[in-house]
Design a protein around this ligand. Structure first.
Ligand code: SAM
Length: 218
């Protein structure tokens, strides 16, 4: 949760105006007391740059909420763009449907229910160009293993909140953090960064954004 806007994000807010669509989604998140769970402009602009630099048409977004991150991606993707947006919460599904009704210019499929089942259902649509992980933290390891199989060579894997609210800086699970979740995030990061099929880095945003490129087949 982004309680306090980091200074880097404040600078970006001065420099980059959020689009009317993003602002509209954020106003509904604010109304419902859910603002800050969505990505901020740092992550949003990063996704936009990644998508706009080319060769990104098929995107899988795991954890859509009201569709703020989907909106950033949709605003940068070309007319052949196809976003598979995965969400299980009924309120979020309703609100994301509202957000998507305003988005034109690319195809968006909202896949309802548990992400693992939704991922299984789209395997035949792959390979994908970008997988963005922003859902339940204990699922990141499984989502990455899925992406490893279904991303195209040269495709991107981006995951938000990988600092797990600052707890990844510790060598032991801090009190108050579910140990299973903490261990799974440590394992996810350790496995991803040791994976010779990917080039990986971390963008030190407040929440931590991992960024990986699946290596081209040799
Ligand atoms: C951090 S929010 C996503 C924010 C969104 N990416 C954005 O920036 O606009 C995480 C979302 O993942 C959804 N979620 C959590 N676990 C899930 C699961 N196992 N399957 C599908 N959706 C899940 C939650 O309901 C929540 O809406």
């Amino acid at each position: 949760m982004r309680n306090e806007t980091p200074k880097e994000e404040r600078l970006l807010q001065e420099l980059v105006k959020k689009s009317p669509r993003v602002l509209e989604v954020e106003s509904r998140l604010d109304r419902d007391g859910r603002i800050g769970i969505n990505i901020g402009s740092l992550e949003g602009q990063f996704l936009k740059c990644l998508v706009a630099q080319g060769n990104v048409e098929k995107v899988v977004e795991i954890g859509t909420q009201y569709g703020c991150s989907t909106t950033y991606i949709a605003e940068a993707i070309g007319p052949k763009g196809h976003i598979y947006a995965l969400e299980k919460d009924e309120t979020c599904i309703r609100e994301a449907t509202e957000s998507f009704s305003q988005l034109t210019g690319c195809e968006i499929n909202l896949l309802r229910g548990e992400a693992k089942a939704s991922l299984k259902s789209i395997e035949s649509e792959g390979p994908f160009d970008l997988v963005f992980i922003d859902a339940n933290k204990s699922g990141y390891l499984d989502y990455y293993l899925w992406a490893k199989e279904f991303l195209r060579p040269g495709g991107y894997l981006v995951a938000d909140n990988v600092f797990l609210f600052g707890t990844m800086f510790e060598n032991q699970c801090p009190e108050g953090t579910p140990p299973k979740m903490w261990k799974k995030m440590k394992t996810f990061l350790g496995t991803l960064f040791a994976d010779s099929d990917f080039h990986s880095s971390l963008l030190p945003t407040k929440e931590g954004l991992s960024f990986s490129v699946k290596k081209e087949e040799s």
